[in-house]
Design a protein around this ligand. Sequence first.
Ligand code: SAH
Ligand code: SF4
Ligand code: F3S
Length: 440
Amino acid sequence: MRTFYIETFGCQMNVHDSEKVGGVLAARGYQEVDTPDKADLIVYNTCSVRDKAERKVYSRLQQFKRDGGQGRMFAVLGCVAQQEGERIFDRAPYVGLVCGSASYNHLPELLTQLENGGHRLTGLSTDTEETFETPYTRRSSPHRAYITIMEGCSKDCAYCVVPFTRGPERSRTARSVLEEAACLADNGCTEIQLLGQNVNSYNDPSEAVSGFAGLLDAVARTPGLRRVRFTTSHPRDFGKDIVDAIDANPVLANHVHLPVQSGSTRVLDRMRRQYTREEYLERIGWIKAAHRRIAISTDMIVGFPGETEADFAETLSLVDLVQYDSMFSFKYSPRPGTAALALDGQVPDAESGARLTTLQEKQRAIQVRRNAGLVGSIEEVMVEGYNQATGQWIGRTLDNRVLNFILGAGAGSPRPGGYARVRVTRAGANSLAGESVDLL
Ligand code: SAH
Ligand code: SF4
Ligand code: F3S
């Protein structure tokens, strides 16, 4: 029997793609192993959203340079594969297959060729209307599952490689999404997360549901599901109907990830984000006006070309206004083939670094304050596991906070995938701690 090792970099889309690819390999008789040296086939599913992520795959491949991979098969998948294409063979000649996500439907035939000694095999066309669906997906958890609802991206943010690496936007039919959700629920899964680079532009090709809010509503009615999450929302296409859907159905997570990237309209315009600071804040207003408390998180880029001190001050003031529950923040990283490369006004690295630190310190203080406000409240968590080192159970609230807990008197013994009510007793910047009240 052949063995494979797969390592995944990047976003949740990649994590889920690896679950699908792993399933395709298992269906071909491969067994998964946990280290590369035990594997006949080594697969890297890569990310190129920032330079640092891209360098990781080359440093992995470098390890095999001396012995040429010792007769193993190597496949590079994902966004670096799509972006670098055949250049990967030149840097690492023992790689046999380079395939981007828009070509994964061709993996079975490409793998057959690889197993038969083929080399310099590629799947690099992004000219497709298909999405990658397989009956073999092997999910890492029986309780929580990702479901891809759309692939690719047809926006053209000036800094971003995703439209090149994942191809144009294409949506799955609502019917196949709902069937997958129902099948997961029948098998005991209670939480699903709908995935897409830009879920708000979901457009059911079969027109059975109307828009993303229609899909959310339909998925949330699946019998057996307790929690439905979704990511990522693009502010431009984020409609109030999504807030209304969250308000109407308590199965929908009370959390919206709404990446803003900058608080300055001038920078947003240079980034080609297609919304102004005011339009973004209007959407935040809808979310805050909901009947349910809805957590808000975001992504930020600092040091985009031309970003002045005054622009950065607008980012800080936006953060003050919104009071995000969490934030991912990055230094701008120039990416091959993107429009931003032609912009002037490069921000020196030391300056970007200083801005990033300032932003992260501000956000940390906000999180400390917001989380402290939850002390004393009782939250429902899904139990994700047990941490031997701390002696705490690991839980996650519906609004996506980590809430670790010990067992309260008479509360019963939790099981991973189960639900518990937990009284919050302490709060930090990135997590809460508490004591279980009862099991649900
Ligand atoms: N489709 C999602 C984002 C995918 S990439 C969206 O539009 O929100 C995830 C995050 O990486 C982005 O939100 C952005 O903050 C960051 N990012 C993308 N390209 C980047 C670059 N060239 N440099 C730094 N950060 C970048
Ligand atoms: Fe990239 Fe913009 Fe598309 Fe997000 S919406 S993936 S940032 S191009
Ligand atoms: Fe990275 Fe591609 Fe995802 S660039 S963030 S793996 S879409």
